[in-house]
Design a protein around this ligand. Structure first.
Ligand code: BGC
Length: 750
């Protein structure tokens, strides 16, 4: 018996030796030479302070890097600074281990792409992947090798400012985007690729009341079916790292939550990248109330956290915790190994200065090709919500008045989290329109109003990019004067960049008062009015929708926003964006989202009346202002002939298809969307769930069939343990151009 187990152990050792990759061998050898202090140093991540995203720390980075007390740095701007720190780590320490250089590259670098929420409205997965590739190329040219993106937090609450950074409310679309972005950044870890960091694990988008950093509490079924899927898709796509979130899950801060970080991420999903905390979150776990800093350091490490971002917790506590027997050497080794593996994957041990090539600063930033990609994605991200009397596209003739506090502003166009932007290179809308109209039409301009009322009380604005304050009455008069002279008025209004993003939650989602007042007076003049609504989130626009002639949500479109807007409003490009977050009628409806459960007392979709003892409000109907998936263009599309076909002997259970026809007079692109509803299952299932989509461009009069294959996996859902379940039975399948207006059929799936 003894002999047998010795033999088994020998075979196991030989097999594991044979299974060892060159990375395992390299990292194993390196760790064999490291002291405990050196290992703990690898787990420490501190900020450079060039971009501030939390408490200012003023850490002596150069000294710490030279002493081997740093594994990584974040938000240091400039290749020269990065190089100096990398040299300190490589040349001044005993083992010369290079640093990871992290940054919040969220939607581009010097070339800025639309905010992620806007990108998702393009439903153009290829273009979104390309944006990530370009972002990584520009970031790596500046010395960055680790990007804190994609942010894949599902959210159904537009009060939460960070919806700007995500892909909206839908898990299916969220998964497709998560995969494309991870693959876009990382590629095959070549010289122009950076490591992705998927965030914020997990459920951060469900912060109560949309208030940032707030409590999260939800059922496991909702968690697995609605919120967890994009994280899993990103893990499956091979994301090199994950960032834990600030919120609690089951009362335990994510950073210290063993169930989340180990049971689910590691054991269930088999994730083997490394896990970093969010900014200061081991310290914040003390404030949450689960123990002192030694206790939260212990819990974070044991839960599965590998690197401490900006808490100074691991560096100051792990050694004494080890000596006290509260953590083991194996805990430290596990974390250290994962961090070293990340550096290995990035090729930093072969060449620590791989991403510090000075010539790339001249060739790889803000190139014509990058700008073109950003411009085209921006144009695809705009969502046309109303176009009465075909006021859009505008003719390049006559007199056009451009009015609004965002019309001649350079720095707010890019939106939140534009850490590598260079606004002086970008055009304002006024400049782009002047170029587009030169020699053809007259352009008049007036700012018209302040962006928000009462500057003295708006403390948040001091963190933003200022827009000149004006005397409201005087500015309004100037605006009305030019509006009267114009054939059409284009209003550039909405939020400024700082009104969305981190720590920018709003309880009131209406257009700020001075702008709405101005808009009302402009509309009263009776001229055709086009409203371009800038926003980092769905905003409430009931009056606007009723009263302007055309309304297009342009979000924050990045460095090329202005030219992209001109492309669309003058008709060189037809709009093709579709909403990825529902737009509510009132804040009181939130959360309002398309893939909700039915309740036992539903009211019919579209019901115009209050119904007693049914699930509705006395003062507003259940319908949103615009449903998920909605978006108009310069033509109309008709959907017909939905049908199901089965192909014998195929892994696909069946295929659902429909015919889409362009019934208008110009070639345009629609996003055909495929939804399912599981009519009876062991748990209640959403009334609709997106399960497929296709962007298709059709010439006038042209028809095409769109087909969506249906597999068992596609019809499955998660149980409370996070296992996928397939339950045959009755399903409704739906196809349409948004989540409300669909053709549907019902069939039994066996
Ligand atoms: C944010 C993260 C970001 C980090 C580093 C935090 O405040 O939540 O999304 O990556 O700062 O800047």
């Amino acid at each position: 018996m003894k002999k047998l187990s010795a033999l088994a152990a020998l075979i196991a050792a030989m097999t594991s030796c044979a299974d060892k990759t060159p990375m395992d061998t390299f990292v194993g050898d390196l760790m064999g030479k490291m002291t405990v202090e050196e290992k703990i140093g690898q787990l420490n991540l501190l900020p450079g302070g060039d971009i501030t995203t939390g408490a200012v720390m003023n850490s002596p980075l150069m000294q710490l890097a030279s002493e081997g007390k740093l594994g990584a740095i974040l938000n240091v701007k400039g290749q020269d600074k990065v190089l100096a720190l990398q040299k300190a780590a490589v040349e001044k320490t005993r083992l010369g281990i290079p640093l990871l250089i992290g940054q919040d590259v969220i939607h581009g670098n010097q070339t800025v792409f639309p905010i992620p929420l806007a990108q998702s409205c393009s439903w153009d997965i290829e273009a979104i992947g390309q944006a990530a590739r370009i972002s990584a190329k520009e970031a790596t040219a500046q010395g960055i090798n680790w990007v804190y993106s994609p942010m894949v937090d599902i959210s159904v609450d537009p009060r939460w400012g960070r919806v700007a950074e995500g892909s909206g409310e839908d898990p299916f679309l969220g998964c497709a985007i998560a995969k494309a972005v991870v693959e876009g950044y990382q590629g095959d870890y070549g010289d122009q690729n950076a490591m992705a960091c998927v965030k914020h694990f997990a459920l951060y988008g469900a912060s109560e009341a949309g208030r940032d950093y707030n409590t999260v509490d939800m059922s496991r079924v909702r968690m697995f079916n609605q919120y967890m899927q994009p994280y899993k898709a990103a893990a499956d796509a091979g994301a090199g790292s994950f960032m834990s979130s600030f919120n609690v899950i089951d009362g335990v801060p994510a950073t210290c939550n063993e169930w989340l970080l180990t049971t689910i991420l590691r054991d269930k999903w088999g994730y083997d990248g490394f896990l970093v905390t969010d900014y200061g979150s081991i310290r914040e776990a003390v404030v949450h109330g689960i123990g002192d800093i030694a206790a939260t350091s212990e819990r974070a490490l044991k839960a599965g956290t590998d690197m401490d971002m900006c808490s100074d917790a691991f560096i100051n506590n792990l050694k004494s915790l080890l000596e006290a027997g509260r953590i083991s050497m194996a805990d430290i080794d596990r974390a250290c190994r994962r961090v070293l593996e990340a550096k290995y994957k990035l090729g930093l041990f072969d060449n620590p200065y791989r991403f510090c090539q000075p010539e790339r600063l001249k060739t790889d930033l803000y190139t014509d090709a990058h700008r073109q990609a950003a411009r085209s994605l921006a144009a695809e991200s705009f969502v046309l919500l109303k176009n009465q009397g075909d006021v859009l596209p505008l003719k390049k003739s006559g007199t056009i008045a451009l009015i609004g506090p965002l019309a001649d502003n350079r720095s707010n166009m890019v939106g939140c989290w534009s850490t590598g932007d260079t606004p002086e290179l970008y055009s304002t809308l006024r400049e782009s329109m002047a170029r587009a109209l030169e020699g053809k039409a007259q352009l008049l301009y007036a700012q018209g109003s302040n962006i928000y009322a009462d500057a003295a009380t708006q403390q948040w604005a001091s963190f933003g990019r200022p827009i000149d304050r004006v005397d409201d009455a005087k500015a309004k008069n100037e605006a009305l004067k030019i509006a009267k002279q114009a054939d059409v008025v284009v209003c550039a209004m909405g939020e400024m960049a700082e009104m969305s993003g981190e720590s920018s939650s709003r309880s009131d989602l209406a257009m700020p008062a001075p702008q709405l007042e101005l808009l009302k007076e402009i509309v009263a003049l009776g001229k055709p009015v086009v409203l371009l609504n800038f926003s980092g989130r769905p905003t409430i626009m009931n009056w606007e929708v009723e009263n302007v002639d055309a309304l297009m949500n342009v979000w924050f479109g990045g460095s090329e926003t202005a030219d992209a807007i001109c492309d669309v409003i003058f008709g060189d490009v037809a709009p093709s964006g579709h909403l990825t977050m529902t737009i509510p009628q009132s804040v009181g409806q939130i959360p309002v989202y398309y893939n909700h459960l039915n309740t036992g007392r539903p009211v019919d979709e579209g019901s115009t009346q209050y119904i007693k003892y049914s699930s509705n409000y006395i003062d507003v109907r259940n319908e949103p202002l615009f449903p998920f998936g909605f978006g108009l263009t310069y033509t109309s599309f008709a959907y017909s002939d939905i049908k199901v076909t089965t192909t014998p002997n195929s892994p696909t259970l069946l295929t659902v298809s429909a015919t889409v026809k362009n019934t208008g007079s110009r070639a345009c692109t629609d996003v055909a969307q495929f939804y399912i509803h599981d009519m009876a299952a062991s748990i209640a299932r959403p009334v609709k769930e997106l399960k497929g989509f296709e962007r298709l461009t059709l010439a006038p009069g042209e028809s095409r069939e769109v087909s969506f294959p249906v597999s068992r996996e596609l019809l499955s859902f998660y149980d409370a343990e996070g296992n996928m379940v397939f339950e045959p039975g009755e399903f409704t399948f739906m196809i349409g151009s948004n989540s409300r207006d669909v053709l549907s059929l019902q069939t039994t799936v066996e």
